[in-house]
Design a protein around this ligand. Sequence first.
Ligand SMILES: [Zn+2]
Ligand SMILES: [Zn+2]
Length: 214
Amino acid sequence: MEVQYICPTAYDSSVYLVNKKVLIDAGMNGNLVLRELEKYIEISDLELIILTHCHHDHAAGAAGIVEKSGAGVGIHKADFDAVNDDRLSVSLLFGERAPTVKPTISYKEGDRIPIGNGEILEVIHTPGHSRGSICLYEPISKSLFSGDTVFAGGGTGRTDFDGCEPEKMLGSVEKLTKLDVKKLYPGHGGPTDSDGNKQVMASYRMLKAMSGVF
Ligand SMILES: [Zn+2]
Ligand SMILES: [Zn+2]
């Protein structure tokens, strides 16, 4: 699997171009992402944008990218409508309206998304940060795209927004500890090439310790 990491601005989500045809998350600024993508591909070659969840900083850039590429847009079924909701997409916190992108594919736990070269991304439903948060696992390179569920270095996404399910977060992160993860591609911050398992476990331990407090 070939991955290009695109970091539009410090406020946008991380954006990953996979196998030169699939985008994971879209950031907030479609034009900035398109300019970066042009360094690697013909925009019309982009086939699919997968949103790890419905939040503004991951999804607002998608509409502009779809307009130029014609790519399909996939998101978990529990976030499918939420992405167009001002409140559930946390757009109001950014002083903005909800993303205008219209998803075309709805995912569920266990779906296998073909990404070319015989490779797939497996959909792992990890509710907590949002109802329809997903992580995407590529088993050959043992890569995990973790959205805002788990961050590098040990950390997990906030669970105090509208639409969060804080009581499900620990179970979701625990699910990730069962995977064999080498490379971690988080929803904020750059990817890490090794020690994915250690970082997922650190996130789990931190969350478990915090859960014990309340
Ligand atoms: Zn985010
Ligand atoms: Zn988020």
